[in-house]
Design a protein around this ligand. Structure first.
Ligand code: CP
Ligand code: NVA
Length: 310
């Protein structure tokens, strides 16, 4: 069966560990003569360029496709877009608004017998490629054994938070989520994350907090992301009001002065993070950006190892 990568839960903890190893290895030409479709329904700087250059490094041809060009569910159905791209390319990667579109694309390929994996380049639900880069960054700054280390996510519990929590707990980390009640994960979701962490068999766990100071105290790393994700622009004013207390400022970081600071970017400086913290001595953010490329090298190389590429 074709291996798709729509969320970190599509991997076992060992497979995730293997991707991290492959990400740090010298790229081999596993994509030689192969095309990789990179479809974007939303803007992107890091994801587009890291994916594109990783495909080039692995000897393949990246084909970047804008939303208007293929018109998912407007010009033709997501299923027909997926099958068409899979007729020419050996991997179909997509950034979509609605995660169910990725599920439909993967199902359409499976049902029709295409052995072409679908990779999530960010949806409203998750951002697994980012989470792989986040783990590489955390290993660099906290050491290769992340087990028992604490990372505190401050702000809107969103797509990035979800994939980060899954990836970090799979590596044995304790993930504290500091968010206001209305922008935190619900009880069902926390239960699912806890079950995942327990299933990973390491020391990973998820904790929900509402007080950012208590949540960062004693943390090894602090992570944040925008308060208004792509597609949520209509809620911007309301979100800014409720999340104002969850800004990663010099004062907040002062409660964990040695903690590494991460942000997936793009940042809204002065909202979820201050300039001073982003550019500060504990910021690992630019290292994290560069790891987006290594993460994609690891993911494509792992798909090849699985025999997922034709
Ligand atoms: N972090 C991230 O995915 O950035 P882009 O939206 O620029 O791709
Ligand atoms: N949560 C953000 C991440 C951007 C990389 C968004 O979905 O817009």
């Amino acid at each position: 069966m074709t291996r798709h990568l729509l969320e970190i839960t599509d991997l076992t903890p060992d497979e995730l560990a293997r991707i991290l190893v492959l990400a740090r290895a010298t790229p081999t030409p596993v994509l030689a003569g192969r095309g990789v479709a990179l479809v974007f329904e939303k803007p992107s700087a890091r994801t587009r360029h890291s994916s594109e250059m990783a495909v080039v490094a692995l000897g393949g041809h990246p084909a970047v496709v804008g939303a208007g060009e293929v018109g998912i569910d407007t010009r033709e159905s997501a299923e027909d877009v997926a099958r068409t791209l899979a007729s020419f390319h050996d991997v179909v990667c997509a950034r979509v608004f609605d995660h169910s579109v990725l599920n439909r694309m993967a199902a359409a390929l499976d049902v029709a017998g295409f052995k072409v994996p679908v990779v999530n380049l960010l949806s409203d639900q998750g951002h697994p490629c980012q989470a792989v880069a986040d783990l590489l960054t955390l290993e660099d700054v906290l050491g290769p054994d992340l087990s028992g280390k604490v990372i505190t996510y401050v702000g809107d519990a969103n797509n990035v938070t979800r994939s980060l929590a899954l990836a970090a707990t799979a590596r044995g980390m304790v993930v504290r989520i500091a968010a206001p009640e209305r922008y935190s994960f619900g009880a069902d979701e926390v239960e699912a994350l806890d079950a995942w962490a327990a299933g990973a068999g390491a020391s990973g766990a998820v904790e929900v907090h509402h007080d950012p100071v208590a949540a960062v105290t004693g943390a090894d790393a602090i992570y944040t992301d925008v308060w208004v994700s792509m597609g949520q622009e209509a809620e911007a004013a309301e979100r800014r009001e409720h999340l104002a207390r969850y800004s990663v400022t010099e004062t907040l970081v002062g409660h964990a002065p040695d903690a590494a600071v991460l942000h997936c970017l793009p940042a809204h400086r002065g909202e979820e993070i201050t300039d001073g913290v982003l550019e500060g001595p504990t910021s690992a953010i630019w290292r994290q950006v560069r790891h987006r490329y290594h993460a994609m090298v690891g993911i494509f190389s792992w798909l090849d190892e699985q025999g997922a590429l034709r």
